[in-house]
Design a protein around this ligand. Sequence first.
Ligand code: S3P
Length: 171
Amino acid sequence: MSAPLIVLVGPMGVGKSTVGQLLAERLGTGYRDTDEDIVAARGRTIAEIFVDEGEAAFRAQEKEAVRSALGEHDGVLALGGGAILDAETRALLAGQRVVYLSMDVEEAVRRTGLNVARPLLAVNPRKQWRELMEARRHLYEEVATVVVATDGRTPDEVTRAALDALELKET
Ligand code: S3P
């Protein structure tokens, strides 16, 4: 059984896919994303799953997607923003090299405020963000090996900061 080189966690819109792909490139490895795994397996968008099947059904699918990817993928793995809500998923992350990409609420609203594809933020994004981060911040911190702040940084700068924090060298 392999383990990912890096697992990325953090809220939606923080740049997990962009930074994850840059990290994979710099480290000469592959990139995988559990949201994409779910969409590919189900043939439906995340928004469609949320609306038609409900959040609980999505979370069950996400939990299985994360478990599979952690066992199969040895490159950079990005998890959906809410994956850390599950206690068993958090337990699986213990001992992994986990990077928490963080951003403050104002940055989050700027980046995702108008993105209707994200069903959790459809109405009153600033309030939703505040509540979401109050509920989740400690969970991201709990699983993180390192925390990398993304506010005011380009994806390239975030990537370099993550590699430095993990003491990993580019290939
Ligand atoms: C969610 C984040 C999304 C996606 C779903 C729920 C969340 O993933 O899994 O919309 O609960 O934060 P990204 O973080 O990749 O956008």
